[in-house]
Design a protein around this ligand. Structure first.
Ligand SMILES: Nc1nc2c(ncn2[C@@H]2O[C@H](COP(=O)(O)OP(=O)(O)OP(=O)(O)O)[C@@H](O)[C@H]2O)c(=O)[nH]1
Ligand SMILES: [Mg+2]
Length: 164
């Protein structure tokens, strides 16, 4: 008889500065993604789920605006991995990475984190290697264009590898 390994539930949180493309990223997964937003900005959360290998992945997106910091922590609590989305063409927002990472670690602990260098399709987008260097980040920085669905899946797969 064919053997099936049991599926494993995994919660992933997608966070990052305002307007970086978090909701667009989450929208690339699952059948009917949810986005709780007002006038195009997330005020609640993004949510979707998808099977990847034997993982049933539950993907939660946080708001980006700083005054929603309590909501960010509420949405992120208990996640086993973090995708931190940046707008690669907006380096002024990179200064928020440290504070956001601290805020998420406070509720998730020291879980694997991948930086998504999003909006690679935009003129002036900095390449992932340059962003990694600017941040002094030791982990993975992977490029994507969530708008076109380019590079989003490999980022999630890479994070899942680090979790399993
Ligand atoms: N060119 C380009 N635009 C993108 C990309 N990803 C997102 N956008 C656009 O950037 C804008 C903001 O995207 P959102 O996904 O709403 O950003 P967010 O990070 O969820 O924003 P908040 O929830 O308000 O913090 C929208 O107009 C998106 O269509 C991308 O890869 N390339
Ligand atoms: Mg959003």
């Amino acid at each position: 008889m064919e053997q099936h390994s049991p599926e494993q539930d995994v919660k992933i949180v997608v966070t990052g500065p305002y307007n970086a493309g978090k909701s667009e990223f989450v929208q690339r997964f699952g059948i009917k993604p949810i986005n709780v937003a007002v006038n195009g900005t997330t005020v609640g959360l993004d949510f979707t789920h998808e099977m990847i290998d034997n993982f049933h992945v539950h993907i939660f997106g946080t708001p980006g605006q700083d005054h929603f910091r309590d909501v960010q922590q509420c949405v992120a609590r208990g996640a086993s991995g973090v995708i931190l989305v940046l707008d690669s063409a907006d380096p002024a927002t990179f200064a928020q990475v440290e504070q956001l990472t601290k805020r998420i670690k406070a509720v998730c602990g020291r879980v694997p984190l991948v930086i998504c260098a999003n909006k690679q399709d935009k003129d002036g987008a900095l390449p992932p290697e340059r962003i990694k260097q600017m941040l002094g980040f030791k982990g993975k920085v992977i490029g994507s264009s969530a708008l076109h669905g380019d590079g989003t899946n490999p980022i999630l797969v890479d994070l899942l590898k680090q979790i399993s």
